[in-house]
Design a protein around this ligand. Sequence first.
Ligand code: NAD
Length: 408
Amino acid sequence: MKVCVVGLGYIGLPTAMMMAAHGVEVIGVDYNKDLVKTLNEGKMTFEEEGIDNLFKTAVNKGIKFSTEGVSADIYVVAVPTPYDKNSKKIDPSYVVNAVKDVMKVCPKGAIVVVESTISPGTMDRYVRPVIEENGFIIGEDIHIAHAPERIIPGNMIYELQHNSRTIGADEPGIGEKIKEVYSSFCQSEIVITDIRTAEMTKVVENTFRDINIAFANELTKICRQDNMDVYEIIRIANKHPRVNILQPGPGVGGHCISVDPWFLVGDYPNLALLIHEARKINDSMPEFVLGRISEIMEEHNINDASRVGLYGLTYKEDVDDIRESPTLQLLENMKRHLASGVKIFDPMVKNKNTVPNMYESFDEFLNDVDIVVIMVSHTHIKENMDKLKGKYILDTKNICNLDNTYRL
Ligand SMILES: NC(=O)c1ccc[n+]([C@@H]2O[C@H](COP(=O)([O-])OP(=O)(O)OC[C@H]3O[C@@H](n4cnc5c(N)ncnc54)[C@H](O)[C@@H]3O)[C@@H](O)[C@H]2O)c1
């Protein structure tokens, strides 16, 4: 069984390597020449616990990387699926283009598995037509399926092996064939269902998480207005055996939770009302953080935004992925309010030109600011908390117990 994984990003690459490490013949394909060159030089392209060892094992077992598609039995498509900022619907263009490329090289009988997160109906509306336009008959000379991914950056390697998976396939037997490949490394349950159910299930999972985060964030705003301690209230409420409120935060970023619920809002605008409100609440949090920063500046007569330092640029702790991060959203808001010169530090982000005023050195960063806003709870800040002594701290993650600490 030969598998071609198309798209070697945060999802496609570890998946391809995991399959290869477990004995599957794998070629990973990405149209990004630099990325493929880096991999072929034996260098990993992002940081993740345990990924360097997995990379070595996969290379030893013969994984190949290329910019060109090849003939294979199964194609796993793991390319981006953003949403259209106007219509809120899925932007299927990456998936469509990747499938078009697959059509140029795939033999009869191949299975095309879309692993990217897609809105319900995407396989029917966008993937089927591309395949049929290329003269293939689905169900006869080509087969399609959707197998979404659930792993969380920061714990990818463990979760690839231990999370339950879903495979959506409408033809009998096809789900089983795909399951054989994923079973090479996945030790958990693999549920086979139809394509539409698999599409909807994945989007629902991330939407559930977005709504629950929004509830905690809305509580924060209510509590702030009347000076109630939201963390204490959540702590006590969670002692109820059927209550489990999440922790509030500075917003929601990343490529999943802040994106996928929009697919439902875009496709079901008159029905996805709670989902839409949750998105709006979570998107409003960076602005709320900005309001809190202004209050602290006013209280301490700090008039210059360049005395404010944002700690953390990534969308979550201990990863290097900054996509859609609350800090990036906050910086956009600051620009609109003409608050320029704010300083940034993030130990996980190697490219210090990612945004203006980014520091290499934590100590220099601290020297140049009076207010530190903890946006991300990297292990690094937890281990260096003492260095914040003497600063005014806005702790959006509730991890700091120093004097002069403000919370959301
Ligand atoms: N990152 C996550 O935590 C996560 C978790 C679960 C699901 N997902 C979903 O997985 C999918 C992929 O996400 P990601 O984070 O890996 O994206 P990514 O941006 O990290 O990687 C995508 C890769 O696909 C490549 N690519 C795009 N079009 C291509 C084409 N036509 N041919 C070859 N290569 C192509 C890009 O160059 C890039 O390297 C998305 O649908 C995402 O929603 C992501």
